[in-house]
Design a protein around this ligand. Structure first.
Ligand code: AMP
Length: 361
């Protein structure tokens, strides 16, 4: 079958490889010069909301999906009814606006950090009164990898925060003194069957994901996270892969955000799961049974950001995934996955890779 994918970045590339393995093919829309997914399917080099390009996908594909959450919702409305589009537009809508997303978590009784809507400079003072310090001010829309965020640690930071972000629709969140961060990835297919991956523990550096390791030895947390992901999947009548990012505070979880797509914190699943998040996304949107999400040992992933050092290419640890992108500071260029029989062996592999990557940057 043929899957139309809006976006041809590295997530599209990994979806394309998974589709090829299943005997299916992908066709992408992406305006960029050298999209990573061009190695695994035709790319229509047009803007994501180009009516002709979308009509092409609708006419020539069995289903349309997307690999990033900032696809304009109106773009999908052009093709809805002509071809199945998954995940559903409602999931996109909620994930595109942090305020909307937090209201959804509240409606579904998924715990989250306290927050306030910010529309003016005065609202920042009111948020500090209500939430205490520090607070994190975030743009409601189009933030990613820590971009569009400002940590206000004292009253003196308020003007600078407003100068940096004012003019955008904003929210302020209470600072969460988390022990660590996790994500839970779930998949739901057209028939409503759900499969959940084991929890992954994530480390961010300067707002960008650096490492992700799974499974996490915390059955109580895993059960809670699974319950929250199931609530989202079922409520949204979701089809495809979804990732929920959470803060861990003792035995409690607080939702940070969800992504209606395959996610960087699930890349380990290519080698570390019976079925990767990419393959299960393809299976889900094509209306097929889902594959097993059983872990294959202990897996971990290190992101390669800004450059891929030669030393990282020559390591005898792990499997390198090079997305074929040109180097640029802060850009995700690839990742290395390690799998091992024990968590300790996995962690020492991750350590070797991290030291190599950090030494070279
Ligand atoms: P986000 O773009 O919301 O995923 O934020 C990027 C990263 O910033 C998160 O993964 C956390 O490491 C950190 N962060 C975001 N919001 C908060 C918060 N309210 N409290 C503590 N850390 C946060």
């Amino acid at each position: 079958m043929r899957i139309g994918i809006i976006g041809a970045g590295q997530l599209g590339q990994m979806l394309g490889f998974a589709a090829r393995k299943l005997g299916d093919e992908c066709r992408f829309i992406d305006p960029s010069d050298s999209p990573p997914a061009a190695v695994c399917g035709d790319v229509i080099r047009k803007p994501f909301d180009d009516a002709d390009a979308l009509a092409d996908l609708a006419a020539n594909c069995d289903v349309v999906t997307y690999e990033f959450e900032n696809v304009p919702v109106e773009a999908l409305s052009h093709i809805e009814g002509k071809v199945p589009v998954y995940p559903p537009a409602a999931a996109l809508q909620h994930s595109q606006d942090r305020l909307d997303e937090k209201r959804l978590f509240t409606d579904l009784e998924i715990p989250l950090s306290r927050y306030r809507r910010i529309d003016s400079r005065e609202d920042i003072d009111a948020a500090i009164d209500a939430l205490g310090l520090p607070i994190v001010i975030k743009t409601r829309r189009l933030g990613y990898d820590g971009k569009g965020q400002f940590i206000v640690r004292s009253q003196e930071d308020c003007d600078e925060a407003w100068q940096a972000l004012g003019g955008n629709a904003l929210i302020a969140e209470a600072w969460v003194p988390f022990d660590y961060e996790v994500s839970c990835i779930g998949v739901r297919n057209v028939a409503g069957d759900v499969a959940i991956y084991p929890l992954a523990r994530n480390v961010h550096v300067e707002g960008i994901l650096r490492t992700s390791c799974s499974p996490v030895d915390a059955p109580g947390l895993a059960a809670k996270a699974e319950d929250y992901v199931r609530r989202l999947l079922d409520h949204l009548d979701y089809v495809g892969t979804l990732a929920l990012e959470l803060f861990v505070c003792g035995e409690d979880l607080f939702a940070n955000e969800f992504a209606p797509r395959v996610h960087n914190s699930g890349h380990w699943s290519i080698e570390g799961s019976a079925t990767s998040q990419f393959e299960n996304h393809i299976r889900a949107v094509l209306g097929r049974p889902l594959g097993s999400t059983a872990p294959q040992g202990h897996a971990g992933m290190v992101n390669l950001i800004g450059e891929i050092p030669d030393e990282a290419r020559n390591l005898d640890v792990g499997t390198l995934h090079d997305y074929g992108k040109s180097p640029r500071p802060g850009r995700k260029l690839g990742h290395i996955t390690v799998t091992a029989e024990t968590g300790a062996a996995r962690d020492s592999g991750i350590d070797i890779i991290e030291r190599c990557v950090t030494a070279s940057t």
